[in-house]
Design a protein around this ligand. Structure first.
Ligand code: GN1
Ligand code: MG
Length: 344
């Protein structure tokens, strides 16, 4: 612990900070996070997980590109720009890894579960506004931190590989779920149609639109989006779809009692309304017709990813109990069925 504190102090020195209180912060699983208190304000310091993000410099590059663009074209937009090190770098490359730092938004707070329609509306507006403000920035200038991240065709192929080459016992036990997932292949076909359709634009998307990635002010209004590691070129269905996946049901992907999974329709409406509020002039008619598809797309992809990981012995997500990813896959399959019953 002393060592860590000493190391962190040296890292802070690289950002020009010599006197600070440092304490662990937040519940993120991928990166390590600390809150840093100084006489000139509070900051967030993060160490980047280089197992997931193999080119950490790409993350620094992307955030700087976006920060500079927004400062030049939309100075009124609230964006938490990262600090530079004293020698002008976007990240600090220290002996044990890569670090970055940004101001802490004082007075802000976040949520882990969507409580009501207003929150869903505010969050959807924030993610819509983020993409909208960046519509003038050429998406192809961004680095791609995780190639094929939301490529459903590839996720489907990885699943098909796992049902042949995965854990034999788990394949046998999982037969019903495997069949149910195979039965939804039409969702992959529709994704391939979207990829071939010029009415679907590639834009700068957030790709991790869970509610805890939105900061709210004291009055409950959305302030800004955070956690920009997965910002990359993509389709809008990634962001609206992951909001549906994570906001619509009152229980999360961890829930084992699948009877508790249902679609909160007022949240679905608020989510679409909030997103359209910011993006209506950006989206084509074909895109606007794909809102519900976006939910099916993301929920199905997550079901495939959990089931694939279960069959491949939990190498990606890990498991806190036997069959954890099998439960998560069935949870997501249940959510998919509930969404397919919805008429909007
Ligand atoms: C991972 O770490 P977290 O919770 O932000 C995953 C997402 C999945 C999510 C499912 C880089 O996100 O794609 O939707 O788990 N991120 C990565 O809980 O694989
Ligand atoms: Mg994340």
């Amino acid at each position: 612990m002393e060592d860590t504190q000493n190391g962190l102090r040296q890292v802070l020195t690289r950002f020009g900070i010599t006197d600070a209180n440092v304490a662990g912060f937040g519940s993120g699983l991928i990166n390590s996070t600390w809150k840093v208190g100084t006489t000139s304000g509070n900051f967030i310091l993060q160490k980047i997980n280089t197992n997931v993000f193999k080119q950490p410099e790409d993350l620094g590059y992307n955030v700087r590109l976006i920060a500079d663009y927004l400062a030049a074209h939309h100075p009124e937009y609230y964006f938490i720009a990262p600090l530079k090190t004293v020698d002008g770098s976007n990240l600090c490359h220290f002996e044990d890894g890569w670090y970055r730092m940004a101001p802490f938004a004082d007075g802000s707070h976040s949520f882990d579960v969507v409580q009501d329609a207003d929150q869903a509306y505010e969050a959807a507006r924030q993610f819509g506004r983020f993409t909208q403000k960046l519509s003038g920035l050429d998406a192809s200038l961004l680095k791609v931190p995780i190639p094929d991240f939301h490529n459903l065709q590839l996720r489907f192929e990885q699943f098909n590989h796992a049902i042949v080459h995965g854990n034999k016992e788990r394949i046998m036990e999982g037969e019903m779920v495997i069949r149910a997932l195979q039965g939804e292949e039409a969702i992959v076909k529709e994704f391939n149609n979207i990829r071939a359709n010029k009415d679907f634009r590639v834009r700068i998307m957030h790709h991790d639109t869970k509610i805890s990635n939105v900061l709210f002010d004291a009055a409950g209004k959305g302030l800004c989006v955070i956690d920009l590691d997965t910002v990359m070129p993509g389709y809008f269905i990634s962001d609206t779809g992951d909001m549906m996946r994570t906001y619509l049901s009152p229980v999360s992907e961890e829930e084992k009692d699948f009877s508790r999974i249902y679609i909160r329709k007022e949240i679905l409406q608020a989510l679409i309304h909030g997103y359209e509020e910011e993006m209506q002039h950006e989206l084509s008619v074909a895109e606007k017709h794909s809102f519900l598809y976006s939910g099916r797309f993301m929920i199905y992809m997550q079901a495939l990813r959990f089931m694939t990981d279960h069959l491949m012995d939990d190498v990606y997500y890990g498991a806190r109990y036997e069959g954890h990813n099998f439960v998560r896959a069935q949870n997501q399959l249940t959510l998919l069925k509930r969404l397919q019953e919805v008429e909007y």
